[in-house]
Ligand binder design. Structure first.
Ligand code: CU
Length: 187
């Protein structure tokens, strides 16, 4: 749209056209800036929505068991070895045990209702002494994940480590984005 306008103005030339072109460019610039701001905002919202989706996992027959959320709490969904892969592919090409997402963002003072769906046939845990959380996610299966629930209310900003403390995939336990990761707490 704006490039077409520019081409026409170039063909005309002249001081008057330059002024008009300057105005057109200014308006186009404002529109582009507004569009970028909107896109970034909408994008961030989409990502956050993905993280906080409360839709029951496919095959989660026991989803009704999940406790009712605290009012105003932000829902966070974590999945262990979700289908179809049943884990996350590592740099070695093999599928490893992993929490998905492994890293996510929170804000100081807000309350988060975290629900873990464990599709793995063994137990894992989500531990973070700094966030005062020590949660065990019992074994489940790809068609019937176990469901574990806890609440976090971060009190200070920072990048906080979480980890699985139950012996599982040794490489994954030592690698951020798999059986350990971060909660980025923003002020
Ligand atoms: Cu684990």
């Amino acid at each position: 749209m704006s490039s077409e306008t520019t081409v026409v103005n170039r063909a005309n030339g002249g001081a008057e056209t330059h002024r008009v072109r300057g105005l057109v460019n200014l308006v186009a610039g404002i529109v582009i800036v507004a569009a970028v701001v909107f896109a970034v905002t909408a994008g961030a919202g989409a990502i956050w929505h993905k993280v906080t989706a409360t839709t029951p996992a496919p095959g989660a027959a026991t989803s009704a068991v999940v406790p009712a959320s605290t009012s105003n709490a932000v829902q966070v969904k974590l999945e262990i070895n979700p289908p179809p892969l049943g884990g996350v592919k590592g740099p070695d090409g093999l599928v490893h045990d992993a929490f998905v997402p492994g890293t996510f963002t929170m804000t100081v003072g807000k309350t988060y209702d975290v629900t873990i769906y464990n599709y793995d046939s063994q137990s894992h845990s989500w531990m973070s002494p700094d966030l005062n959380v020590s949660a065990v996610a019992p074994a489940g299966s790809p068609s019937s994940p176990s469901i574990t629930h806890f609440t976090i209310k971060p009190t200070k900003a920072g990048t906080i480590q979480w980890f699985c403390a139950l012996p599982c995939d040794k490489w994954a336990m030592a690698t951020n984005g798999f059986m350990r990761g971060f909660v980025i707490v923003k002020a």
